[in-house]
Design a protein around this ligand. Structure first.
Ligand code: ZN
Ligand code: ZN
Length: 75
């Protein structure tokens, strides 16, 4: 089971699916790590990213400046 209480994600959210409400996509949900992502994640190409890996974190973390989501490069 994924640990939802941590900021660190070891997931690239490749399989995230749209979350719809009233016919509009309001968010995205990753079935692999169960994390909710911005709806923009689905259409963003994540070209502009910054490394936000913290000290002692096992997996490299990146934050996308386009959609604001954080993800791991792994996978
Ligand atoms: Zn994920
Ligand atoms: Zn993005």
């Amino acid at each position: 089971m994924p640990d939802r209480g941590r900021m660190t994600v070891a997931c690239s959210h490749h399989r995230a699916v749209p979350v719809e409400s009233g016919g509009a996509v309001v968010a995205a949900l990753c079935p692999d790590c169960d994390q909710q992502l911005p709806a923009e994640w689905l259409t963003c190409s994540h070209i502009a990213t910054v490394d936000v890996t913290g000290l002692g974190q096992r997996h490299a973390q990146r934050r996308c400046l386009g959609c604001g989501a954080q993800y791991s490069e792994r996978g």
